[in-house]
Design a protein around this ligand. Structure first.
Ligand code: UTP
Length: 224
């Protein structure tokens, strides 16, 4: 299978520590043995910290986004470092480069591309661009909820959710740098228009990534 995995910054760099990079390395190499794999890495807290400093200094929202993109690319470099020979050594800056680098047979790891969306959107555009069979969104909660499960203990997780339902949930949500919601508008639009098979899973345990290729876990998004 051709698989795109997006790993949220909240997972990969949550503790400002190397361990999650190492844990993911083993699992990604295992998956790579049977699949063609592309990984998109998020920015997490370091990205938000840099964006906040830039905003305080008077940067425009697009410039704040650009700073965030740089941080996602730094995280991508760390994962490439951890993957060693299994990964292509350069972070692609766009989708054509990602495809080009994948011709090497190595795992391709990228961060953001351009302002005004999150790495979730990058993952969905990449999945569309390369004709992926599956898009796996790795996050810090078990799936997609009707409201923020970290704020509301009564939040309910969807086992299945349609793209239209997500669009309704996203209505009126913030579109500022560093604050794109669980799934941004761009990501959902792309999944809908190309009918991309998408699942959202909890990445605390990297083994969930392997499970998601053959077992129903987390939330499945149904393009409608
Ligand atoms: P993330 O994708 O990590 O954003 O990119 P996020 O959704 O806020 O965070 P997590 O990782 O899920 O917690 C970090 C920031 O970088 C900019 C945005 O400002 C984003 O909030 N960014 C990222 C872009 O503008 N374009 C991109 O392609 C990627």
């Amino acid at each position: 299978m051709r698989i795109v995995v997006t790993i949220g910054g909240s997972i990969i760099i949550r503790d400002n520590d190397y361990q999650k990079f190492k844990d993911y390395t083993d699992v990604l190499i295992e998956m790579k043995a049977e699949n063609e794999l592309f990984v998109v890495v998020g920015g997490g807290k370091p990205a938000r910290d840099y964006i906040n400093i830039a905003r305080e200094l008077g940067a425009s929202e697009a410039l704040c986004d650009d700073i965030g993109i740089d941080v996602t690319r730094l995280n991508a470099r760390l994962l490439i470092m951890a993957l060693g020979d299994a990964a292509y050594p350069v972070v692609p800056h766009n989708f054509a480069e990602a495809l080009e680098y994948s011709q090497s047979g190595k795992l391709v790891v990228m961060g953001g591309t351009e302002p005004a969306h999150s790495t979730d959107a990058v993952g969905s555009i990449l999945a569309e661009f390369i004709g992926a069979d599956l898009l796996i969104n790795v996050t810090s909660v078990n799936g997609l909820y009707d409201k923020d499960p970290e704020k509301y203990p009564d939040a309910i997780m969807f086992e299945e959710v349609t793209t239209s339902q997500i669009t309704d949930l996203l209505a009126g949500k913030d579109i500022k740098a560093g604050t794109y919601e669980f799934f941004d508008h761009t990501a959902i639009g792309i999944i809908k228009r190309s009918g991309i098979n998408t699942v959202i899973i909890n990445g605390d345990d990297p083994q969930n990534l392997i499970k998601a290729t053959w077992e129903k876990i987390g939330t499945t998004i149904i393009p409608d």
